[in-house]
Ligand binder design. Structure first.
Ligand SMILES: Nc1ncnc2c1ncn2[C@@H]1O[C@H](COP(=O)(O)OP(=O)(O)OP(=O)(O)O)[C@@H](O)[C@H]1O
Ligand SMILES: N[C@@H](CCO)C(=O)O
Length: 317
């Protein structure tokens, strides 16, 4: 359960009193997610998500994330903006953490998406990339390629406790990715973490795109690659569904367009995405405090994906 910070009833009532949202009825910690603390908050008027931002979200980045949410919601995308308090403020402090009250969106996240659902999700990502054409703020990718080697070094040989030889395998894969990384593809504001658990759906319809807290300015096609790595395999990183992978790319291509150069770069972008999530998961695996109410995610599920992309260089052809 991702609840790193406990919120007392008194602190929550005082927090909510700044808003015109009615009175507190209930607040429950949300089991999903690993990055931030999330509560489902019901008031006498409505339902909200309360997010307290934890270790990987820098308070200084919140204005960028909130501007992006507002921008996308303003364009009619199913993206939840933060609620403003009576002083027009979206970002608050609660229990010593930066915190926002976010609109609740309906829908559920999928564990085994179908090709039809992947098509809709790929379309939705294309919609985001189209909508940010006039979004001016920028943010460097704090989990981008420049950070992977320092993160690998910080994890160090302790990684070999997860799987013998893991450090050397990731180091070799990173050498190749750094050598082949594309330098001239179009960049823009990207989500950078659009896993199935960050897409809410009802049937084949996308009802919510959430968790923009890794959003940044980076290669657009990297966003497609991140989706491919997270949507097409099972939870252990095995049994890729060719139908789901193809549908994702098709949806994105139909709604926004994927150039030949972007498609040609997807293999290396996907290997990079695998390294990014393998490393963040490995770091968490080695450093999550024993008393945290958090389900650790399996780094080796991303090693399996990395191996698959290395063995299937022509998967996107
Ligand atoms: N606006 C929203 N509307 C409805 N449900 C939401 C909303 N925001 C978050 N949730 C719920 O809370 C859960 C956790 O949210 P979120 O994915 O943002 O957490 P996180 O800790 O940042 O996770 P991650 O591990 O994906 O980075 C989601 O899976 C979803 O069930
Ligand atoms: N979506 C990521 C968590 C955010 O870094 C994962 O599943 O590892």
């Amino acid at each position: 359960m991702a609840v790193y910070t406990q919120v007392s009833a008194e602190a929550l009532a005082a927090f909510l009193s700044r808003y015109d949202v009615g009175d507190l009825v209930s607040a429950k910690g949300i089991a999903e997610g690993v990055e931030n603390s999330n509560y489902l908050v019901d008031t006498t008027r409505d339902r909200f998500i309360l997010t307290l931002y934890e270790k990987r979200v820098a308070a200084g980045d919140l204005p960028f994330f909130m501007a992006l949410l507002d921008h996308l919601a303003g364009k009619g995308l199913p993206v939840p903006p933060a609620v403003k308090d009576r002083d027009d403020r979206e970002i608050q402090q609660l229990e010593g953490r930066p915190a926002c009250l976010i609109r609740f969106l309906p829908g559920v996240s999928l564990s085994q998406p179908t090709p039809a659902q992947a098509l809709a999700a790929g379309c939705a990502l294309g919609g985001v990339h189209a909508a940010v054409a006039d979004f001016e703020p920028t943010r460097a990718n704090s989990m981008g390629i420049a950070q992977w080697r320092p993160l690998l070094e910080r994890c160090g040989r302790d990684m070999d406790a997860i799987r013998t030889g893991l450090f050397d395998r990731v180091a070799a894969a990173l050498d190749a990715v750094e050598r082949d990384w594309p330098r001239d593809l179009p960049v823009g504001a990207i989500h950078a973490d659009l896993f199935p658990d960050n897409v809410l759906m009802l049937g084949d319809e996308v009802t919510g795109l959430i968790d923009f807290y890794f959003a940044c300015t980076d290669i657009r096609a990297y966003d497609v690659a991140v989706m491919h790595t997270s949507w097409t395999f099972n939870a252990r990183g095995l049994n890729p569904s060719a139908g789901v992978g193809a549908a994702l790319l098709d949806g994105y291509d139909r709604s926004f367009g994927l150039s030949a150069a972007e498609r040609a770069a997807l293999p290396v972008l996907a290997r990079g995405a695998c390294i990014r999530f393998l490393l963040s998961r490995a770091w968490d695996w080695l450093n999550t405090p024993a008393d945290a109410l958090v389900m650790r995610k399996d780094p080796l599920a991303y090693l399996a994906r990395l191996d698959w992309y290395v063995a299937n260089e022509r998967a996107f052809a």
